[in-house]
Design a binder for this molecule. Structure first.
Ligand SMILES: [Zn+2]
Length: 275
């Protein structure tokens, strides 16, 4: 994949900003997203990009239609999240380099994508195709608000031709309120209703009801659904979701059961049984 470099995104050949899009980082009242300072907990939901890469800890539930629209554009450009574990969303922290201002990550309303290839730097560098970025920046809500702001623009040229700020090409943050997003994303299909957790088989229900520790539960589910024990990172991730209390056991179970690996394992088991 091509890498685009320059002093700023525009130097690297990125489309000039569409009319009406502004890039002040503070122009969004993030308070709309659950108060300021940010709440300790944000209602989040699991999200996997088109290539199957899951964002650790999920994304703000209210941001989901915006993330889906972003994902659709990634898919159209065949832009993949690489194998590095350098994609993030929720992180309750201040903006890097600031003592006061909270980062939009605190509300799980910002994504960092392929951080290693899209570094936070005084010299702009990105592997994201310029036309893909243009489409993302042109996304609007039905209320007419830009949906995303791209951190690649955080290093910019002033009218005097001076460069300011630090590029953050990995970073996309929501540029509008939850109400704007709820109005719909223009040009995309209405939000699909959330998938209902699938009906549980009796032996699955028994696992749910068993009252295991979260670690034992995840181990049992991995064995049952994937035919293998979880690795240390997987174990930590899934037990973390259970222990956070933000996901019910049934939701976590369904997420594992719906994974590509689980489906492949089920098929394998089926064909073995048929022999
Ligand atoms: Zn970021």
């Amino acid at each position: 994949m091509a890498t685009f470099t320059g002093k700023s995104a525009e130097d690297a050949g990125y489309h000039p900003l569409p009319d009406g899009v502004r890039y002040q980082r503070t122009s969004v009242t993030m308070g709309d997203w659950g108060g300021y300072p940010p709440p300790l907990r944000v209602k989040r939901t699991l999200f996997a990009f088109w290539d199957g890469t899951e964002i650790p800890g999920g994304v703000a539930e209210a941001a989901l239609p915006a993330v889906r629209a972003l994902d659709k554009i990634f898919e159209r450009y065949n832009y993949r999240l690489d194998d590095e574990a350098d994609d993030w969303c929720w992180n309750r922290r201040k903006i890097r380099g600031s003592k006061k201002a909270w980062s939009s990550h605190s509300w799980a309303a910002a994504l960092d994508i392929n951080a290693k290839r899209n570094p936070w730097s005084y010299r702009f560098k990105s592997d994201m195709p310029p036309n893909m970025i243009r489409e993302i920046e042109e996304l609007k809500t039905e209320t007419g608000k830009p949906v995303w702001r791209w951190g690649g623009r955080f290093r910019y040229k002033t009218s005097e031709g001076k460069y300011r700020g630090k590029a953050d090409a990995m970073h996309f943050e929501i540029a509008c309120s939850p109400a704007d997003i709820a109005s719909g994303i223009a040009g995309t299909k209405p939000t699909q209703p959330k998938e209902e957790p699938m009906a549980l088989q009796p032996h699955e229900q028994a696992l749910l009801d068993h009252g295991f520790s979260s670690q034992a539960t995840i181990r049992a589910w991995f064995q049952e659904l994937l035919g293998r024990p979880p690795g240390p990172a997987g174990l930590e991730y899934w037990t973390g979701l259970l222990d956070s209390g933000q996901y019910t056991k049934a939701q976590v179970f369904t997420a594992i059961a719906n994974s590509k690996e689980a489906k492949a394992y089920a098929k394998r088991k089926e064909s073995e049984a048929g022999q």
